[in-house]
Design a protein around this ligand. Structure first.
Ligand SMILES: Nc1ncnc2c1ncn2[C@@H]1O[C@H](COP(=O)(O)OP(=O)(O)OP(=O)(O)O)[C@@H](O)[C@H]1O
Ligand SMILES: [Mg+2]
Length: 283
């Protein structure tokens, strides 16, 4: 079942295109990622989906209902975090969450949510003294607070160190296991690759391709096997087509008679796939 349906959406900022001819669907319980370079329209899309931008044309349905018909109750069902954290610096981390919690009919325990993102020790510190990454974690905590059905996360891992990023990634994967739907944006192909069930390549305001990242890499792969072996004391490398490999005499000769250092199929990176499909680099 699709929980988000976007059809032919267009938003211009004056003469500047935000998104145009934008259409895509997100299924319930999946992690769907928008992968695209700066200025592609990722943040614009999130702003439309969370009703910050209203002057767009086209149709958006969330939970089967036109977005324009959703009222305040929409915010109980979604959690949102933007690229730039929106938290109060004069309050402590816990005070921030308690404040945001007051807007919801039901919400998780702020103390638990701080723990989830790894900020429990900093709960009583003023946010004014927080580092960029700490603010990001608090902002994510704010998004998780209403225990929403859909999470809209704009660049959720931006500015996090590897260990913190790991923690958040695991958390998102766990949330997906628990049936939540996650829409995220990124220009980091590793994030898209690791987290997303499907990625949409967005360039210049529209989607060029949607697929599972692992399948994309296989489809776009060179379908060759690379063999690294030692011949007369030197390292030699040869590539063979995967098709008919078992009957390829040269390949068979090498693996029978030489010391093999490495055999692997050549897999393109998501970045290479992106470049091939869109003609654009990710960063
Ligand atoms: N408030 C605004 N006023 C004018 N133009 C805007 C505004 N917000 C976005 N744009 C323009 O819309 C286009 C899409 O921007 P958007 O912020 O959606 O890109 P993005 O994919 O999120 O990029 P990034 O990776 O840099 O965050 C860009 O050309 C940008 O300059
Ligand atoms: Mg953005």
């Amino acid at each position: 079942m699709n929980v988000i349906e976007v059809k032919n959406v267009k938003k211009y900022y004056g003469d500047v295109r935000g998104v145009e001819n934008l259409s895509f669907e997100v299924e319930e319980g999946e992690i769907y990622g928008f992968l695209g370079p700066n200025g592609a329209g990722k943040t614009t899309t999130v702003k439309i989906l969370v009703k910050i931008i209203k002057d767009y044309s086209g149709d958006v349905k969330v939970f089967g209902k036109n977005l324009r018909e959703w009222g305040k109750e929409y915010y109980q069902k979604i959690g949102v975090s933007f690229e730039f954290p929106a938290v109060y610096s004069k309050l402590t981390a816990l005070e921030n969450l308690k404040f945001f919690a007051s807007f919801y009919k039901k919400h998780l325990d702020p103390v638990d949510v701080l723990k989830m993102v790894g900020l429990d020790k900093e709960a009583d510190q003023l946010v004014s003294g927080f580092s960029k990454g700490m603010k990001k974690k608090l902002d994510l905590a704010r998004a998780f607070l209403p225990d929403p059905e859909i999470l809209f996360l704009d660049e959720p891992l931006e500015g996090l160190d590897p260990e913190s990023a790991r923690k958040i990634k695991d958390l998102l994967l766990e949330m997906r296991e628990n049936g939540k739907t996650i829409f995220l944006t990124t220009h980091n192909m590793y994030v898209a690759d690791e987290l997303c069930d499907r990625v949409g390549f967005i360039v210049e305001g529209a989607i060029r391709l949607v697929d599972n990242p692992k399948e994309l890499k296989v489809k776009m792969g060179k379908r060759v096997v690379k063999v690294e072996y030692i011949a007369n004391g030197d390292v030699d490398i040869k590539e063979f087509p995967l098709e008919g490999l078992g009957r390829n005499e040269e390949f068979l000769n090498i693996i029978r008679n030489y010391k093999i250092r490495r055999i692997n199929t050549e897999e393109p990176t998501l970045e290479e796939v992106f470049l091939k499909v869109t003609g654009r680099r990710l960063v």
